[in-house]
Design a protein around this ligand. Sequence first.
Ligand code: 5RP
Length: 221
Amino acid sequence: MTQDELKALVGRAALEHVVEGSVVGVGTGSTVNHFIDALASIKARIAGAISSSDKSTERLQSHGIPVLDAAQVERIPVYIDGADEIDRLGHMIKGGGAALTREKIVADLADRFVCIADESKLVDTLGSYPLPVEVIPMAAAQVMRRFAAVYGGEASLRQGVRTDNGNLIVDVRGLSITDPLAMETEVNQWPGVVCVGIFARHRASVCLLGTAQGVRTLKFD
Ligand code: 5RP
């Protein structure tokens, strides 16, 4: 199976985690696009979606799935999203699609985070994938210098990208993230950082991993 077929497999499998009659949180990316397409087949059985990006909103609406504002709900039962990397405890790197801040906001509304990913995303230690950080433009150079000083990573600005919130993305290469929660907590405090793409506080509850043998379910809670 190709990587895209594995993504489609877990995108469809995620339907089993959607709670009928409820609002579902929807992430961003090529794996989630498959989930959105599958969600269209049960759209009459859900109350709508909270979206994590303009791109996902467009795709949801093109299928006639109602998209609600985050302010309209207090809690949702489940958030379904992909990852750039996931470790064996459910910690993730996210933000390859530059949607990390809204993804974390929707994940924070949800009781459970269902990660959908092809098997190439499973790692022992996070950090081979460049860590995305959303920053206010004025702080970008300062944040990049601080990364080099504190963690030794090589930070660069993602060229030609503005987030849905009008900010910039810094990508940090060469990290070995042995304590994801500590790094998330530290970097989130730096002035000008809007959101770091480590999802440790909002780690996955479960991961549906697409493999050549089928969907493997990893449970973390
Ligand atoms: C977007 C994300 C995505 O979930 C992540 O980049 C994985 O994307 P894909 O499903 O295309 O491999 O965090 O900001």
